[in-house]
Design a binder for this molecule. Structure first.
Ligand code: 6PG
Length: 248
């Protein structure tokens, strides 16, 4: 899949992050299904991507039978808990599109943290073996990864100061951020960096410092974990609104 279908990599300062990202996400998913008969997408948690999920739910032409959905991270709360990233995506998107249940790969948060992480790694392995059998790594090359950015610079559940190395695909972590659930399971940079496309979605003045530091000249991936996202062979686009971009 060539980069022109998502345009130039880098940072796009836009009016509306969801509206700007929608056509690029659609192009990436559609191209993947056309080329390989399947698309894998890892959803971001938090509030920023929900507007995009609601727009995606309105799109008629997506072949949801060929699209598999995972999460970049998940909080260790029940799937019907308002703090669940699965729950948020289910309400905004998955309950409104004809996606087969087997295509929805949620983290089994009803399990203890380490078991949930191991089980999720098994889902990644099974998907990779089924759809990319020649691939040595036991996790897929996602066609689309959506990521947010916290005010502290975290992305997914990779938080500042966390160890900047992980050989495996999934970690169980704890983090204290804005009173959100502390127990989490997260994909690691090993998985994110295998992706074909990573789209960061960032909006609001509260993120301006984290955006400027993450995209700035000082390379400190321990302090700013979003800097750990450096694709092996893919395209990263940052969709940032004016408020979040004001210190760039
Ligand atoms: C989570 C998210 C997290 C999120 C950022 C930004 O589970 O909390 O995956 O990484 O993307 O915290 O969240 P907002 O979009 O709500 O600001």
């Amino acid at each position: 899949m060539s980069a022109p279908d998502v345009g130039t990599p880098g940072v796009r300062v836009v009016e509306d992050v969801a509206a700007a990202a929608l056509p690029v996400v659609l192009a990436s998913l559609t191209a993947a299904v056309a080329e390989r008969g399947v698309a894998g997408m890892a959803l971001a948690g938090g509030g920023t991507p929900l507007a995009l999920y609601r727009l995606l739910a309105e799109v008629e032409e997506l072949d949801w039978g060929a699209i598999h959905v995972f999460w970049g991270d998940e909080r260790l709360v029940p799937p019907d808990d308002p703090g669940s990233n699965y729950h948020a995506a289910y309400e905004a998107l998955l309950s409104r599109v004809p996606i087969p249940e087997a295509n929805v790969h949620r983290v089994r948060t009803e399990l203890p943290a380490a078991s949930a992480a191991a089980e999720y790694a098994g889902q990644l392995r099974a998907f990779a073996r089924q759809h990319d059998p020649g691939r040595p790594a036991p996790w897929p090359r996602f066609d689309v990864v959506l990521l947010g950015l916290g005010e502290d610079g975290h992305t997914a559940s990779l938080f500042p100061g966390s160890p900047n190395e992980s050989k495996g695909p999934v970690l169980a972590v704890t983090a204290d951020y804005q009173g959100r659930p502390a127990g989490r399971v997260t994909l690691t940079p090993a998985v994110f960096n295998a992706a074909r496309r990573v789209f960061f979605l960032v909006s609001g003045a509260a993120k301006a410092e984290a955006v400027a530091a993450t995209l700035g000249p000082i390379d400190d991936p321990v302090r700013y974990p979003a800097r750990r996202i450096q694709l092996d062979e893919g395209v990263i686009v940052w969709f940032v609104d004016q408020e979040a971009a004001k210190l760039l």
